[in-house]
Design a protein around this ligand. Structure first.
Ligand code: AMP
Length: 221
């Protein structure tokens, strides 16, 4: 499936990252997660990381111009030529408009926008339990048997709770989603690109639903 350009929309904790990774692996699309890029910058202590730190820890959005430049650079990379999945971007109407402009300049378009939907109660439940590796960002799955403070199975990192998965920050992130990001559902609906996927169920079920909604095939070609 080459040349496919997707956006995954949804509040924090709906499983965008997990589904994006699956789509990346299965369909060989570049996975562009602005959250992961910012966390890498934070770990490496780059100027971008330092600028983003307090916004991220407090559950606020990093300023649009910073994010737009980050995505602009990323979209120029070779691996995006065959298609990509945007995960966590755009998050404001301004970012969506800039993305349209950027793609127009590259004679590209977005093919579909998938909005993964989960109730706020379920999101709070999921995020308050979520554990990740502080080095590689791996998200701990139920069968992994890993607990807070354990070593990561994939690298030499430590299993931690993200600062923005603390209760106050989760609440703020959900408010920010309502205030700034949820209007993108109408934005993309108006362009005839929006597909809605129920995000409750196993990761496999949700992947299956996403693939079917997009009209893709899991059969080898
Ligand atoms: P995520 O992993 O996508 O939930 O992102 C974690 C944090 O990174 C967010 O709470 C924001 O502080 C920041 N962030 C990620 N993507 C964006 C974006 N597109 N615009 C602004 N801030 C972002």
């Amino acid at each position: 499936m080459s040349g496919t350009r997707l956006i995954l929309l949804g509040a924090p904790g709906v499983g965008k990252g997990t589904q994006a990774k699956r789509l990346e692996e299965f369909f060989h699309l570049a996975h562009i997660s602005t959250g992961d890029m910012l966390r890498d910058a934070l770990r490496e202590g780059t100027p971008l990381g330092l600028e983003a730190k307090s916004f991220m820890e407090n559950g606020e959005l990093v300023p649009d111009d910073v994010i737009i430049n980050l995505v602009k650079e990323r979209l120029q990379k070779e691996d995006c030529k065959e298609g990509f999945i945007l995960d966590g971007f755009p998050r404001t109407v301004m970012q969506a408009e800039k993305l349209d402009e950027l793609l127009e300049g590259m004679t590209q378009v977005i093919d579909a926008v998938v909005s993964i939907q989960v109730s706020n109660d379920e999101i709070v439940e999921r995020l308050s339990k979520r554990l990740v590796c502080n080095a590689c960002g791996y998200v701990v799955m139920p069968g992994d048997g890993l607990e807070l403070g354990d070593g990561c199975n994939k690298c030499s990192g430590e299993i931690i709770r993200r600062k923005d998965d603390e209760p106050d920050s989760i609440r703020r992130r959900l408010e920010v989603y309502e205030e700034k990001t949820s209007s993108l559902i109408r934005y993309y609906e108006g362009r005839g690109l929006l597909q809605v996927v129920d995000g409750v169920g196993s990761m496999d079920d949700i992947f299956q639903r996403t693939v079917e909604t997009l009209g893709l095939s899991l059969e080898p070609v």
